[in-house]
Design a protein around this ligand. Sequence first.
Ligand code: NAP
Ligand code: GDP
Length: 327
Amino acid sequence: MAKTAVITGITGQDGAYLAQFLLTKGYNVVGVARRSSHYGVATHRLDWLGISNDVTIVDGDLLDLGGLCRIIKEYKPDEIYNLAAQSFVKTSWEQPALTAQATGVGVVNVLEAMRLEAPNARFYQASSSEMYGLIQEDRQSEKTPFYPRSPYAAAKLFGHWMTVNFRESFGLHCSSGILFNHESPLRGREFVTRKVTDGVAKIALGLTDELRLGNMDAKRDWGHAKDYVRAMWLMLQQTVPDDYVVATGVTCTVRSMVEVAFRHVGLDPDQYVKIDQAFFRPAEVDVLLGNPEKAQKTLGWTAEISMEEMIKEMVDADLQRNKSNLP
Ligand code: NAP
Ligand code: GDP
C-alpha cells in the first residue's frame, strides 16, 4: 500500500523538492500550507516542478496545534517532514518573537500532534547548520557544540533539542537533519545565492546595472536542495532514529560564489557589485563547513551537485524567468 507523507512548508524550496522526490517513490503527499488572502495557495514552486496537481494541500499553521492535530488524525501519515519555519536569518532580528514561535515552538506543536494522533509515524525535523554559529570546531559534525548567533539559530536549537527529547522521552521515531545551506532555482530571492543569480540574470539582460550585497567574506558550505531532500527521506528509512549532518564538506566565500555567477554570463563582478551596509547583520556567522561522514557511512548519502554546477543552473533558470516574467 502507498505510504502517506505530511510535509509542513510544502510551498517552500525544500517542500517542493521533497514532494517531487516522494511522488517518484509512490507516496501520497499531503502538504500543509498557510491560508492567505490571495486566491489559492502560493504554488509557484510546485508549478515550476509541474506537480501542483499531484499533491493534496490542506490549510494549516505551525502556530495552531488544534489544526495540526486534525490534519494528522485525518491523514494518519507514515512520515511527517517538518520543514515549515520563519527561515530567513536576517528577518529573525526584526521578528524574534515570531521566529521563536514558528521556528521553535512550531516544532513542538507538530511533535505533539504526532504524539497524540500518530505515534507510530516517523518524524523529520529541519535543523540547521546556523546552530553552530560561532563555530567551536573547524569542521562541524553531530558532536560539535552549538553556539547560535541569531534568533533564528536559537529557535532552531530549541526545535532540535525538543526533537531529541521527544525521541528519548517518548520513544518516538524522531530524526533531525542538521542541514548546511542548500540552494536551487527555487530558493527565495532574499537568500544570497538566489539574490546573486537573479541579479546577474537581470544585469545580463540589461534590466539593471548593479547588485548590492553585504559581507562578501562570509563562507558557506553550499549544496543543492535536490540532493538534500534525498537525505531527509533516507533518515526516515532507518530503523533507529538519529541526527545527521548533511553537507558537501566544501566551503567557499560569498565572493567566490558571486564570481562563478558573473563569469557564467561572461561578466566581471567588480563592475557591478556594490557593498551596502544595509545587508550586513548584527552578528555574523563567519564560516560554516560541515563534516558529512556519518550521513555518508550510515545513510550511504553524498552530495552529487557541486556549488559551481548549482550556481550555473540557477543563473540559467533566472535568465529564463526574467525573459518570460515568471515568479
Ligand atoms: P523556505 O523556502 O523559506 O520555506 C519555508 C516554508 O515554511 C514555507 O512553505 C512557508 O510558507 C512555511 N511557513 C512559515 N511559517 C509557517 C507557519 N507559521 N505555518 C506553516 N507554514 C509556515 O525554506 P526552505 O529553504 O525550504 O527550508 C526548509 C526548512 O529547512 C526550514 O525550516 C529552514 O529553516 C530549514 N533549513 C533550510 C536550510 C537551507 O539552506 N535552505 C538549511 C538548514 C535548515 P509560506 O509559503 O506561506 O511562507
Ligand atoms: P544564511 O546562512 O541562512 O544566513 O543564508 P543567506 O543566504 O541569507 O546568507 C549567507 C551569507 O551571505 C551570510 O553570511 C550573509 O551575511 C552573506 N551575505 C552577503 N550579502 C548578502 C545579501 O545581500 N543578502 C543575504 N541574504 N546574505 C548576504
